[in-house]
Design a protein. Structure first.
Ligand SMILES: [Zn+2]
Length: 382
C-alpha cells in the first residue's frame, strides 16, 4: 500500500537557497509550459502532451538564457511538466478546473523528486542534496522494508517539510463477501459455535452412553479372568465403544455437512489438543468433541464442494479481543462465559465472540494472499 509520511526538515542556509531555487524553477516551468500548451491548442495543435513539453525542456536547458535550470534536479523539473499534464487530464475528464498559473506569492511552495531518495541517520537525501542530506526530524519511523517512491519538499509559513511516499509492501485490503465466511470455535458446553451465533449442542446422548460404559466396565472388572461371562462383558464394552464412536462421527458429519453447504470460507483454530488434554477438567470434553476428526471432515468435504478451510494457529488470542471494537481485555478464566467489553461496553458471549474473531482473522489472511499490489505513484498533497 502507498502511504505518505510528512516530517519537518531543518535545512542549512545553503540548502534553503537551493530548495528555493527548486521552488522557483519548477514553478517557472509549470507556468512556461502552461502558456506553451495554451498557444499550441489555440493554433489547433491538440497533440501537445507531456512528451512534447519534455523535449522542449531539453532544448531550453541548453540555452544560455535558461542555464540556471541545470542547478536543479532534472527529475524534479520533469515532475513540474507531469503535474501540468495531470492537471490538463483532470480538466479534460471534467474532474477539475482549467490549470492556473502558479504564483510566487502563494504561501505554500513545493517541488517533487521522484527517484533516488534515501533516509538515513535522521537525514533525507535526494538529487542535488546528496552530499550531507537535509536534517529531518522523524517523529515516527518509516515502516521497515518499505520502498521510498517519491518525496516532496515544501515550505509553509517559513517552515520546511518533506512528504515521503512509501510502498510498505503490504497488499491493499480487499473487501470480501463476509456473508459467505464463517468462523468456528470449539466450546465446552456447546460442541461447535459459529460466528453467526449458531450453537451446536454437545450431544447429551454421549453422556448417557458414557455412564452406561462406566457401569459395564465396572461389571467387567468383577468377572473372573478367562471366564465365559468375562468374555461376554468384554464384547459388550467393545460394542458400546464402537457405538459411541459412531454417534460422535454422525453428529460431526451432520455439522460438517451443514457448514460446508452453507459457507464458502470456513475459518477455525488448530487447537493444541495434546496440551489441553493435560488439563484434566477439559480432557473429557475434548475427547467428546473430537476436534481433529471434525477438521478432517471439514477439509475433505470442502475439497469436494470447492470451499476453503483456513486454519488459524492456536496462539491466536481469540477470547481476549472484543470482536466489536478490537480492544484487548486480557486472558480470562474458563469459567467466565460472558463479559462486557471495557472499551465499547458490548456484551460478549465467550464462544460467539471467539468465533467472530477467528472469522475476521482468517479473512485478513485471505486478503493478504489474494491481492495484487497496485504499484501506481500518485502525487502527494502538501
Ligand atoms: Zn469492544
Amino acid at each position: 500500500m502507498l502511504k505518505a509520511y510528512k516530517y519537518r526538515i531543518y535545512p542549512t542556509k545553503e540548502q534553503i537557497t537551493l530548495i528555493e531555487k527548486h521552488f522557483g524553477s519548477t514553478r517557472f516551468l509549470y507556468n512556461y509550459f502552461l502558456e506553451y500548451r495554451q498557444k499550441e491548442y489555440a493554433h489547433g495543435n491538440k497533440k501537445v502532451g507531456y512528451m512534447v513539453t519534455q523535449a522542449e525542456l531539453t532544448k531550453l536547458k541548453k540555452l544560455k538564457e535558461y542555464e540556471w535550470l541545470n542547478e536543479c534536479g532534472s527529475q524534479s523539473l520533469q515532475m513540474a511538466l507531469r503535474d501540468l499534464d495531470a492537471a490538463y487530464s483532470r480538466f479534460f475528464k471534467k474532474q477539475g478546473e482549467y490549470p492556473k498559473f502558479k504564483s510566487k506569492k502563494h504561501t505554500s511552495q513545493s517541488f517533487t523528486a521522484p527517484q533516488n531518495i534515501k533516509v538515513a541517520n535522521n537525514r533525507v537525501y535526494l538529487p542535488k542534496f546528496t552530499k550531507d542530506g537535509i536534517k529531518v526530524k522523524l517523529h515516527r519511523e518509516l515502516p521497515q522494508n518499505s520502498v521510498l517512491k517519491q518525496t516532496t519538499i515544501s515550505r509553509q509559513n517559513n517552515q520546511y517539510f518533506v512528504s515521503i511516499l512509501i510502498d510498505d509492501n503490504n497488499a491493499i485490503p480487499k473487501p470480501t463477501k463476509a456473508k459467505n465466511a464463517v468462523g468456528l470455535d470449539m466450546g465446552l458446553t456447546d460442541l461447535i459455535i459459529t460466528s453467526d451465533g449458531v450453537k451446536y449442542p454437545n450431544n447429551k446422548y454421549f453422556v448417557k452412553s458414557r455412564q452406561k460404559l462406566k457401569k459395564i466396565q465396572r461389571r467387567l472388572s468383577k468377572k473372573q479372568k478367562g471366564s465365559n461371562n468375562r468374555n461376554k462383558a468384554k464384547l459388550k464394552v467393545q460394542k458400546l465403544h464402537t457405538k459411541i464412536s459412531n454417534q460422535k462421527k454422525d453428529t460431526l458429519h451432520k455439522i460438517s455437512n451443514e457448514i460446508t453447504n452453507q459457507y464458502d470460507i470456513i475459518c477455525l483454530e488448530t487447537l493444541n489438543v495434546k496440551g489441553m488434554q493435560k488439563n484434566r477438567r477439559l480432557s473429557k470434553s475434548i475427547a467428546d468433541v473430537a476436534w481433529n476428526e471434525f477438521m478432517r471432515q471439514l477439509e475433505y468435504k470442502s475439497e469436494w464442494k470447492g470451499k476453503t478451510v483456513l486454519k488459524i494457529d492456536q496462539w491466536f488470542p481469540s477470547s481476549q479481543i472484543c470482536s466489536n471494537c478490537g480492544a484487548s481485555s486480557g486472558e480470562k478464566e474458563l469459567n467466565i462465559r460472558k463479559w462486557e467489553c471495557p472499551q465499547c461496553h458490548m456484551k460478549l458471549d465467550r464462544d460467539i465472540n471467539a468465533s467472530i474473531n477467528i472469522r475476521n482473522y482468517g479473512l485478513g489472511q485471505i486478503d493478504q494472499r489474494n491481492t495484487i499490489v497496485k504499484n501506481t505513484v500518485g502525487t502527494i498533497g502538501n
